[in-house]
Write a protein that binds this ligand. Structure first.
Ligand SMILES: C[S@@+](CC[C@H](N)C(=O)[O-])C[C@H]1O[C@@H](n2cnc3c(N)ncnc32)[C@H](O)[C@@H]1O
Length: 368
């Protein structure tokens, strides 16, 4: 067990694990005991932090050094920022944090904990990319009769810079309407069906969504570059849209060829639009492309626009010039609890590492 190792051995083991991976074919999870503000992990070793810290003044875990029992909400926000500084150290530059956090009523007023954390994080150099609202139908019964029961929490997405790993296409295939549109920043699912004995259940769906969005499946072990999805626009439209069905009908009746459609897509909404696949090498559309686009637009009328946002498909993943075997992305939960994040990450073919102050929360040093 990692918990039984001397602290320095533990750091060596974690270092080897994070640098080289577990060295086996299946994804693994490593469990370590420690403080979320002082992780026994090397720099630049993690791709994604997904975590649910103890909320302010909600539950006393009864352990020395715990977060959550600070005297004021401002002190709690400071403690979370201390954690974020440490997570910044262990995250690779392309990494992200998804922090699940809720608010607390203090003297009958909301303490504005999520807002305080966001502001403190932004002041400390984080980019706050999304404040995702996770809404649920059910929830803990609340005694108050003079206000509405709380039915939402937040998941704050933070990054180190503007260039982070993000797979909106993969995410929207799983959680969108399948036509590549952005599914938006409201997550609707209930807590109850995920609830075990644990008093602070953390739904697997929070973790699944964060991993799909922001943890690369594979990356180069040498330069750390994640493999990015490569997509290509097809000529297929989302047939659930009546406008799309009409556009396809007109294209068929007008005898438009795939070259016509490609020309419409290359020229975009205006003829001066950016060229995509069909270019003449000067960054401008060739005469031939412009002519095909004009023919297509004559047949389609206003419906030509439908083809400018035709469905995309995945055609592969980027390679890396280092030419080394790729390793799996690593997910960290620094408030591991019962290990929901780790189990979900492993199921989704990522490696995972969990840290918790409480030794009893540790199911084992290495599992899969
Ligand atoms: C809300 S629970 C996490 C729930 C978890 N997501 C799950 O699915 O079980 C918070 C956890 O944070 C741990 N904790 C509290 N203070 C900590 C600290 N300073 N560093 C690391 N873990 C801490 C507690 O022991 C507890 O297990």
């Amino acid at each position: 067990m990692a918990s039984e190792l001397a602290a320095s051995d533990e750091i060596d083991a974690a270092d080897a694990w994070c640098r080289e991976g577990p060295g086996r074919n299946l994804p693994h999870a490593l469990v370590l005991q420690g403080d979320a503000r002082d992780l026994p992990l090397p720099d630049d070793s993690v791709d994604l932090v997904v975590t649910s810290p103890p909320y302010w003044r909600k539950r006393d875990y009864g352990i020395l050094g715990q977060i959550g029992q600070e005297a004021t909400a401002a002190e709690y926000a400071d403690a979370i920022v201390e954690c974020l500084r440490e997570w910044r150290r262990v995250l690779r530059p392309s990494g992200s944090v998804f922090l699940n956090i809720g608010d607390t009523y203090h003297r009958r007023s909301l303490a504005n904990v999520p807002a305080r954390v966001e502001m403190a994080a932004a002041d400390d150099g984080w980019m706050v990319r999304n404040r995702i609202v996770w809404t649920k139908d059910g929830g803990m019964p609340e005694p108050a009769r003079n206000r509405l029961a709380n039915r939402h929490e937040f998941v704050i997405h933070m990054t180190l810079s503007g260039t982070y790993y993000y797979d909106l296409f993969g995410y929207s295939e799983a959680y969108g309407n399948g036509n590549g549109a952005n599914p938006g920043d409201v997550w609707q699912f209930n807590q109850a069906r995920h609830m075990g004995d644990h008093l602070a259940p953390f739904p697997t769906e929070v973790v699944e969504r964060a991993i799909l969005l922001a943890c690369p499946g594979e990356l180069c072990p040498v330069c750390g570059e994640p493999r990015q999805r490569i997509t290509r626009r097809t000529a297929r439209l989302d047939e659930r849209r009546p406008q799309a069905r009409r556009a396809m009908e007109l294209a068929r009746e007008g005898g438009l060829t795939p070259d016509h459609i490609a020309a419409v897509q290359a020229t975009g909404i205006s003829d001066a639009g950016k060229a995509l696949l069909i270019q003449n090498g000067t960054g401008r559309n060739s005469k031939r492309v412009k002519q095909l686009a004009a023919e297509a637009k004559a047949v389609l009328g206003g419906y030509f626009r439908e083809f400018t946002f035709a469905l995309r498909e995945t055609v592969g993943w980027t390679e890396c010039e280092c030419r080394q075997p790729f390793r799996r992305g690593v997910v960290l939960d620094p408030f591991m609890g019962t290990g929901t994040t780790l189990k979900t990450a492993v199921r989704m073919n990522r490696d995972a590492v969990g840290v918790d102050l409480a030794p009893t929360a540790m199911p084992g040093a290495l599992f899969r």
